[in-house]
Design a protein. Structure first.
Length: 223
C-alpha cells in the first residue's frame, strides 16, 4: 500500500467524535449537564460558570454548546442567544474587556445565555475583580472527574465505535496503566488507532505501551 491511501485511511479512522451534550458521560455532573441542556434550549439560568482541572471535560461541554463559535470571546449580537467563553484565566486584557461587555449585554437581554469555564472557582482566578464578580452572577459548578471505572468503560465504548476490540490481557493492561481523565483517554485512543494504521499492525501490548508513552509526553508539554 502506498503512502497516500494509508494517510487517507488514517485520517478517516481517527477523526474524533464531535462533542455533544449527549455523548458527554455525566458521572457526578448530572445537575450541571441538565442546566446546560436548559441553556441550550433557551431556558434555565442565564449565566453558568464551570470550573475544574484540565481533562475534566470543560472544553467538551462548551464546544458542544457553541460548535460554530470561532472567537475566544464573541461579541454580542441580536441574533445569537447562546455564548461560551473557555479558559477565562488565560484571557488577555483585550479579551477580558470584551468579556466584561459581553456579560453586561447578556444580562440586559433576558433571552441570552452565557456559559464560561476556568481552572478554579471565581474567587481564586487571577482576573479583574469586575470579571470575578460577574462570573458569580449565575450558577457555579465544579466539574467532577469520572470515577476510574466509568472512565475506562467510556474509553472502551469509544474504542468499540471505531471497531477496536481488546483481548483480556490488553483490557487488564488498560485498566492498570491508562489515564483516568477523559482527555487523556481520548488522546490515548487516537494514538493507538494512529499507530495501528500507520504501522499496519494489529494492536498489541507493546503498541499500547508505545502509544501511552507518546501521550504522556505530549500531555506534559500541553498542561
Amino acid at each position: 500500500m502506498n503512502a497516500a491511501p494509508t494517510q487517507q485511511l488514517l485520517l478517516n479512522l481517527v477523526e474524533p467524535e464531535a462533542p455533544t451534550l449527549e455523548n458527554f458521560r455525566a458521572g457526578g455532573n448530572v445537575e450541571l449537564l441538565a442546566a446546560l441542556k436548559q441553556c441550550r434550549d433557551g431556558s434555565g439560568p442565564q449565566f453558568i460558570y464551570i470550573w475544574g482541572p484540565p481533562g475534566s471535560g470543560r472544553s467538551h461541554l462548551l464546544r458542544a454548546l457553541t460548535p460554530t463559535q470561532r472567537m475566544r470571546v464573541p461579541e454580542f449580537d441580536d441574533f445569537t442567544r447562546l455564548y461560551t467563553v473557555d479558559n477565562v484565566e488565560r484571557l488577555d486584557d483585550e479579551d477580558l474587556e470584551r468579556l466584561f461587555h459581553l456579560m453586561n449585554d447578556v444580562r440586559s437581554h433576558p433571552a441570552a445565555r452565557l456559559v464560561c469555564a476556568g481552572c478554579a472557582r471565581p474567587s481564586e482566578l487571577a482576573v479583574r475583580e469586575d470579571i470575578r464578580t460577574r462570573l458569580m452572577w449565575g450558577l457555579v459548578y465544579q466539574i467532577k472527574y469520572l470515577p476510574a471505572e466509568e472512565a475506562v468503560d467510556e474509553f472502551l465504548r469509544l474504542a468499540q465505535e471505531r471497531g477496536i476490540e481488546f483481548d483480556a490481557a490488553q483490557l487488564h493492561w488498560i485498566r492498570v496503566r491508562c489515564p483516568r481523565d477523559m482527555r487523556g483517554l481520548r488522546r490515548f485512543l487516537d494514538a493507538v488507532d494512529e499507530r495501528a494504521v500507520r504501522e499496519q499492525r494489529r494492536i498489541t501490548i507493546p503498541l499500547l505501551d508505545a502509544a501511552l508513552k507518546e501521550v504522556n509526553s505530549e500531555m506534559r508539554y500541553t498542561l
